[in-house]
Design a binder for this molecule. Structure first.
Ligand code: C5P
Length: 412
């Protein structure tokens, strides 16, 4: 078996303040030895514990420390710095760095590059055990976990401050192992392609107005990201949303239902299709080329609408390019499970994620969801949790489904 390597992989290593920064020098050495390249950003605190010269010497790269450095910004800039890596690692991740990350504070080069990053993130926390256990730090860690970051737990032992407890940064070999695992791990959905729709559609009436809806795209985007994290090659077709494109996903932006359908067809074949978009059911029969004006006779314009194509039903139709697993959503206000079962059959899809939008729970635009997974075998409740966790559970369920199929084929 070939030994694992980081050949061709590039890592952005952020070294924040903490005595554990000295261990990051060994981490740089391990990354370089296994064929990876590593660019380092030192925070002001990081510079107190390790020198830019030692970091530059080991990484064989320029070291970045200052957001106001004209030379660095003109040569590479914080945006490129954050985009040119395959993986961003923060080691050590101080309590302050974790808090800034959780709250989107960008007040130095490291935190600004992290906020601008669209790459997977691995953190190795390091701090005094009371700081680690402080509810503020634990809340921040939970926030980051809900966003799907990877974390190497700190260890327990004697601390540099003379106290004993949990908070020591993991050893460089362990962090290096996690980096190797990230790049080389055989992921459950490796080799499979997925198509995900997300967000609302906007159906124009005239150059100014449109028919739209309140979908935020949070659930669909989280699903696209979760499938990519599990190794699938994901294409996300999204309507207008105020969200960044998810990391590691090919994202295509569309406006109308017809554009969404055409883009989905072009993205086929795919093994998995998840239709999470809130597609407008209707569009205007005629889009006015000029803004529709009040005429002074107090009679409102006579808008004529036509029905939009049902993308989910089209993708689920028996056809040579039908994805092996087609999943839809059902937002219902009453008889949730029966209505969703009926929708599953009418649309011809395999699974439905159903949620009750008529209940007192806020779903549209919220960060949490309370759903039922409806399959031919019945309904399974997933209690209210973050949309990221719902996405991860769905990705796990999809992975299980393909694994079972593979095992059955192998047994035949
Ligand atoms: O019929 P209804 O809008 O309740 O169905 C919801 C499901 O169908 C969702 O998965 C949604 O993405 C999908 N859908 C679609 N195209 C439409 C309408 C709904 O793909 N025109």
């Amino acid at each position: 078996m070939p030994s694992l390597s980081l050949n061709g992989k590039s890592i952005l290593l952020v070294i924040s303040g903490g005595i554990a920064a000295y261990k990051s020098l060994e981490l740089i050495r391990l990354i370089k030895k296994s064929g990876g390249s590593v660019r380092c950003v030192l925070t002001k605190g990081g510079e107190q514990f390790t020198t830019p010269l030692s970091v530059a010497t080991l990484s064989e790269e320029q070291v970045y420390t200052d957001i106001w450095s004209l030379k660095d910004e003109t040569e590479i800039g914080h945006i490129r710095l954050s985009r040119e890596a395959d993986l961003v690692v923060i080691a050590p991740a101080s309590a302050n760095m974790i808090a800034k990350l959780a709250h989107g504070i960008a007040d130095d080069l490291a935190s600004t590059a992290l906020l601008a990053s669209d790459k997977p993130l691995l953190i190795a926390p390091a701090m005094n055990h009371v700081m680690w256990e402080n509810p503020a730090t634990q809340d921040n860690i939970k926030t980051l976990q809900n966003r799907g970051i990877l974390q190497i737990d700190p260890g327990t032992g004697d601390m540099a401050c003379g106290e004993f407890g949990m908070g020591r940064m993991a050893e460089p070999e362990e962090i290096f192992g996690a980096i190797l695992g990230f790049f080389n791990e055989e992921k459950p959905l490796s080799g499979l392609t997925a198509l995900v729709t997300s967000g609302p559609t906007y159906e124009p009436l005239d150059p100014v107005r449109f028919i739209g809806n309140r979908s935020s795209g949070k659930q669909g985007h989280a699903i696209a990201e979760a499938l990519a994290t599990q190794g699938a090659d994901v294409t996300l077709v999204t309507g207008p949303v105020a969200l960044p494109d998810p990391a590691g996903v090919k994202t295509i932006h569309v406006e109308t239902a017809v554009e969404m359908l055409e883009t989905c067809h072009k993205a086929l074949p795919a093994d998995i299709a998840v239709c999470a978009a809130a597609v407008s059911d209707w569009s205007a029969t005629t889009i006015m080329s000029r803004k529709i004006k009040k005429r002074g006779d107090r009679i409102p314009p006579d808008l004529k609408l036509k029905e939009n194509p049902d993308i989910l039903a089209m993708l689920a139709r028996p056809a040579p390019k039908r994805p092996a697993l087609v999943i839809g959503f059902a937002a219902e206000t009453e008889n949730l499970i029966e209505a969703a079962q009926e929708k599953r059959q009418n649309k011809g899809c395999d699974w439905i994620i159903a949620n009750n939008v008529g209940s007192t729970e806020k779903i549209f635009g919220a960060d949490e969801n309370h759903v039922y997974l409806i399959t031919e075998n019945g309904a399974e409740e997933w209690k209210r949790t973050s949309k990221k966790v719902v996405a991860k559970k769905l990705a796990d369920q999809i992975a299980d489904h393909f694994l079972t199929q593979k095992t059955q084929i192998a047994a035949e």
